[in-house]
Design a protein around this ligand. Structure first.
Ligand code: FMN
Length: 180
């Protein structure tokens, strides 16, 4: 059976460069079905313990978690806002963390980040990789693409050879993880 790969940019920007990178990465894996999520479809009230007590966990959080559970692997590309997660992503993560089980369901994960600047979202990627490694017992690989507009083309993918080599190394490690 073909594996199901969940892919999304951890951003609610309609033009999200991270969404583009996540979709590109997932589509580079052979013989898988790619399911793309848009965080705008999972907008919920800002998490608060009081809202949870009064109204419970929103259905959208359950739907998001169901997508994680139904997948064989997850590709996330993180937008960096002030050195950290976007509010849109963090809010979803906070809500789904209140559901049963581990947040990422121990699925293999490819964590990416890109930004228009030279650091390529390294701060948020480090934050996510450190946290998810601790939360998730499964395979976790990561890659940051600096200067997105210089280094990425919709037609040709990652233009810089050194960056491209590293990207495919990480992608290969991710895409073989469910065969091990
Ligand atoms: C509120 C805000 C904060 C930002 N903070 C950072 C930052 O800390 N580091 C960085 O590299 N880029 C930062 N940026 C620029 C983003 O990297 C850029 O907007 C990028 O396109 C976000 O990814 P996205 O297009 O996938 O949403 C920030 C942008 C916004 C709007």
């Amino acid at each position: 059976m073909r594996k199901k790969i969940l892919a999304f940019g951890a951003s609610n920007s309609i033009q999200s460069i991270n969404k583009k990178l996540a979709i590109f990465a997932a589509n580079e894996i052979e013989k898988v079905d790619v399911i793309v999520l848009d965080l705008n479809d999972f907008e919920m009230p800002i998490y608060s313990i009081d809202r949870e007590k009064e109204f419970g966990i929103p259905d959208l959080a359950v739907q998001f978690k169901n997508q994680i559970s139904a997948s064989d692997g997850i590709v996330i590309s993180f937008a960096e806002h002030n050195g950290a997660y976007t509010t849109a992503f963090k809010n979803i993560m906070d809500w789904i963390s209140r559901l049963e089980g581990s947040i990422w369901d121990n699925k293999p994960m490819l964590l990416l980040a890109t930004s228009p600047g030279g650091r390529g979202g390294k701060s948020v990627l480090t934050l996510a990789a450190n946290l998810f490694r601790f939360m998730n017992s499964s395979n976790l690989t990561s890659f940051s693409l600096p200067s997105f507009h210089k280094n990425f083309s919709e037609d040709h993918g990652i233009l810089d050879e050194t960056l491209s080599d590293e990207f495919y190394k990480q992608l290969n490690q991710f895409s073989t993880s469910w065969e091990a």
